[in-house]
Design a protein around this ligand. Sequence first.
Ligand SMILES: *Cc1c(COP(=O)(O)O)cnc(C)c1O
Length: 399
Amino acid sequence: MCYGVMKKFHLSEEEMNQLAERYETPFLVASAAQVEDNYRFLRQHMPHVGIYYAMKANPTPQLLERVAGLGSCFDVASAGEMVQLQALGVAGSRMIYANPVKDRRGLRTAAELGVRRMTFDDASEIAKMAQYVPGADVLVRIAVRNNKALVDLNTKFGAPVEQAIPLLQQAKAAGLNPIGICFHVGSQSLSTAAYEEALLLSHGLFQQAAEAGMHLTDLDIGGGFPVPSREGLDVDVAGMLHTIDRAVARLFPDTAVWCEPGRFMCGNAMNLVTTVIGTKERQGKPWYILDEGVYGALSGIIFDHWSYPLHCFGHGARQQATFAGPSCDGIDVLYRDVTVPRQHIGDHVLITEIGSYSTVSATRFNGFGLAPVLIWEEQPEAAKRQEQESQPVAQEEVV
Ligand SMILES: *Cc1c(COP(=O)(O)O)cnc(C)c1O
């Protein structure tokens, strides 16, 4: 079987410099076409599983529009996310309110916009849901084990498995409509087994529910699908998705099964262009200060435990260097002891695979503005690249 390698959006040095002539750095460039590729990749390799894009990873309007246009549904966590989608014309029936603990504003907005599906993981949530959205379709979130995820989501979220059926029964008694089970194996999961175990566990719960007189119809397998990174996390994502899909088809032939990919959808679809604004030498090694840092679009270094591929240009001698952000805080260090060509004030530096959990947690600390997001396909460089790629490759001269 041919799985194909995932492409990723990566500006060339020339494209980066041309963009930097028109726009002041720092700025991000997002490729809607790459996000579409990622969506299609999931559809192709996991045909039995529907898609609810977890928009918290990257809610750039043009990307949401592209994904919505492809027929995607959405995982939302707040009134703000629901309202943003509604403004783009996405109906409440295409959203799941997948925040296990919901606030009043969120519940009121869900009722207004027709978001009738929601998740919960504790009995204290039942009366709230029943009050604001009577008869809502509810899924109980269970805690699952996975020590191969970068971000653990099962300490804060998920009911103990043995509470799942009693919780669904209590929900039913309160007039809610118990429809299924959900789980999240943790973000950037490198383990297929974690999904397979969670699927088996859920299968058992579906049987127990049937014995208790509840016919469950829906299973939500969460997100967690990894962004294959240059850093050599050599995961065969296609193979992983195939294995999950086969288990879904075998265990849940008559169930509506969907996933909630966040990171996977946009991780490789955005680049950051930044500039060296200062240099210093410490212990014989250079430090480069960039115009974007951990309080801005590189916030994922802190919040998301992430390290992004860094691309420096120029032909100077290569040496070990440290890169830091522009703020007046000592925590604002981005890369330590990376070997790069000598950089100078004014040089542009490219950071790739920064599409998920980056801009969303950026702050205005120290009065620096938020870096704007440009859409690659709206830039003349994109048309130029397409033209070049469609030209026949020049024949190599054979001597
Ligand atoms: C954050 C989140 C997701 C997305 O997770 P990724 O690991 O980014 O795919 C999906 N579902 C829920 C409920 C989440 O909170």
